[in-house]
Design a binder for this molecule. Structure first.
Ligand code: ZN
Length: 387
């Protein structure tokens, strides 16, 4: 069993708790104290003195194409598998993987095996069942069975609506899926939600708004992502948030999001509009392909989403004057609350030892996942099998 004492941490749980000392035993936080924590030298342990550096919860990314996404502009545009260090180097200690447009050559078998691979390498990983299309690309006969019988599967997604690449699902199909996710969630204690991919379509969130108003299914089951991809869609998402839904903002790269809002701008608006801020999350869309076109619409360059966009977004939110506690909540505690990860998302006694140390510029300096150091002083100590 590995034991670590972390001294003089400026602790953000994500609430600011001031200078504290922590005792980490194996993969759990066992003690948090203002008093010094000492162990006899006969017990093997490591002591690290943070000298007032900020200690924050490991980030939770609820939307990442861990098998590699893409494939939307030919087979050569399939994004390769992402190594664990792609996530952990950016402070992401928990990831939820998914399939997107390509749920034909990509499969749940492949997705779940990648979840297990990331777990073997030392981070926490889960996944959604399905992909863009109806019926969802499940491992068992239905996505509901995946949720009930396959431990890492926590819900259904990313299920596409208002997008030319969707299967144009009907209202009935949408509420049937939501009801299945909800019931499977009740049966298992899992998130039990549908993570909806939103495209640029004119119908925006109409299907979800109607479902929240007309059915008995709780609003939290209808979780829309990419809601900041265009301005009208974000306005609609604000209304959905007021109806009790969690909305997920995608941290698009600076150069990519020309018609919508950057994540920090969306948060700014959410604050101004008095939304339920604890029902807003931010994810990376890591591993998803990002085609860049020239002025004539010709494909110039193919890039893919990176987990590093999350700490970059955190730094942008701080630069815009938001508190670190608020900025952190969108990638830690709020995500844990939505996904029912009672062991994640906060620095608290008995929670998982998933920790990030930020330097003075809010860059990721050290990362601990499940009690083990993956990054120290900016250097990766665990890179992944082939990285
Ligand atoms: Zn998507």
């Amino acid at each position: 069993m590995s034991i670590t004492i972390i001294k003089n941490a400026d602790l953000y749980a994500p609430e600011s708790l001031g200078l504290n000392n922590l005792l980490i035993c194996h993969d759990k936080i066992t003690s948090i104290s203002k008093e010094s924590i000492e162990l006899p030298s006969s017990i093997e342990h490591e002591v690290i003195d943070l000298a007032g550096d900020k200690l924050v919860p490991g980030f939770i990314d609820a939307h990442a194409h861990i098998t590699g996404g893409g494939g939307e502009a030919g087979f050569a545009t399939q994004v390769p598998v992402l190594p664990i260090s792609e996530f952990t180097s950016a402070g992401v200690t928990t990831v939820v993987g998914l399939l997107g447009t390509d749920d034909t050559t990509r499969s749940m078998e492949n997705l779940i095996s990648r979840v297990y691979g990331l777990r073997e390498e030392g981070m926490s990983a889960y996944c959604w069942s399905g992909g863009y299309h109806y019926p969802p690309r499940s491992l068992m006969e239905t996505a509901k069975q995946d949720m009930v019988f396959v431990e890492p599967v926590i819900g259904i997604g990313e299920f596409a609506i208002s997008d030319h690449r969707s299967s144009q699902p009907s209202y009935e199909e949408v509420i049937r899926l939501a009801s299945e996710a909800h019931v499977a969630g009740l049966m298992t204690g899992k998130a039990g939600i549908v993570h909806f991919h939103l495209g640029d379509g004119e119908r925006k969130l109409e299907l979800l708004e109607r479902a929240i108003k007309e059915t008995e299914i709780p609003a939290r089951v209808f979780n829309a992502t990419h809601v900041n991809r265009n301005k009208a869609l974000f306005d609609h998402a604000c209304e959905l948030n007021k109806l009790g839904a969690y909305i997920d903002i995608t941290a698009f790269p600076e150069s990519f999001n020309k018609h919508g809002y950057h994540a920090y701008q969306a948060i700014e608006l959410a604050v101004k509009r008095d939304l339920s801020l604890n029902q807003i999350t931010i994810s990376s869309d890591g591993g998803g392909c990002l085609p860049e076109f020239d002025a004539c619409g010709k494909l110039e360059h193919m890039a893919f989403g990176k987990a590093q966009i999350l700490p970059d977004t955190l730094a942008s939110l701080i630069r815009e004057g938001h508190s670190l506690s608020l900025a952190l909540s969108f990638i830690t505690s709020n995500v844990a609350e939505l996904l029912k990860f009672s062991h994640k998302g906060r620095i608290e006694k008995n929670r998982d030892a998933d920790l990030v140390v930020l330097d003075a510029n809010y860059q990721v300096k050290h990362v601990m996942a499940l009690g083990k150091w993956h990054k120290r002083d900016g250097e990766m100590s665990i890179k992944g099998t082939f990285a």
